[in-house]
Design a protein around this ligand. Structure first.
Ligand code: ZN
Ligand code: ZN
Length: 237
């Protein structure tokens, strides 16, 4: 069946539209131009770090900022081709990016998997969800759950009130704006109790949104919280 589908719809490169040999989504010409994170990276936010190390390292930003989660991973840097892919998934109706993106996320996130772990996406407020028609983080969460063979729940977390856009805000303003805005859905409180949680989002900038989500899970009595991000915004040097 898979072969038949591939004969009729041969896989296309997500970047250039050319044919690709695998279902990894990016052709061999575009692969080097896509900022995949490999090698040493921050154990909390996934940002790439220089050099090599045989122990877990933390970036300067995570040393300065309290991260309520235990470990985090990111597949891409949010720049160049990485940024274009994320924007395509988020605003460009390119839902086809979610499955290959989840494969890239699975590659860096697999070592965080624990028994009984559940994947939950960062929620959109209902109005934004209706306007955009889909939640890009939920698409990633679903596909990542399949890759990692874990349970997932699309509506475990909620934003009861609309959150003002974080675009253009300073990091302090971002934390002020989003703290306390994400909660565990009342119907899902039992589902998260005592279970390790893997929070999925498309982009991490300051980490304020992920922190609000992680705090909501922990306040509800979840087990340890981990995060997996498609793209990490690199800090200004
Ligand atoms: Zn290509
Ligand atoms: Zn970090």
């Amino acid at each position: 069946m898979q072969t038949l589908v591939q004969m009729i719809y041969p896989p296309r490169c997500l970047s250039c539209g050319g044919l690709v040999e695998t279902d990894f989504g990016i052709c061999s010409a575009c692969w080097p131009k896509t900022p995949f994170i490999s090698g040493l990276s921050c154990d909390l936010c996934g940002t790439p770090l220089p050099g090599q190390s045989d122990r877990a390292e933390i970036c300067d930003e995570c040393l300065k900022t309290e991260r309520p989660w235990t470990k985090g991973r990111a597949a891409l840097e949010y720049k160049d081709q990485g940024r274009r892919l994320v924007l395509g998934l988020k605003h460009g109706d390119r839902q086809d990016i979610a499955k290959p993106a989840a494969k890239w996320m699975a590659r860096v996130t697999r070592d965080l998997v624990q028994e009984d772990m559940i994947i939950v996406p960062i929620p959109l407020h209902l109005h934004r969800h209706l306007a955009r028609r889909y939640n890009q983080s939920a698409l990633l969460a679903e596909a990542l759950a399949e890759e990692l063979d874990l349970d997932w729940c699309p509506d475990a977390l909620q934003r009861p009130k609309p959150t003002p856009s974080l675009d253009g805000k300073s990091r302090e303003e971002r934390f002020e704006t989003v703290t306390g805005r994400i909660t565990v859905s009342p119907d899902r409180e039992e589902l998260l109790k005592n279970r390790p949680v893997l929070i999925v989002d498309d982009v991490m900038t300051s980490g304020a949104t992920l922190a609000a989500a992680a705090e909501a899970c922990l306040a509800n009595g979840s087990g340890q919280v981990f995060v997996s991000i498609l793209a990490r915004v690199a800090k200004d040097p």
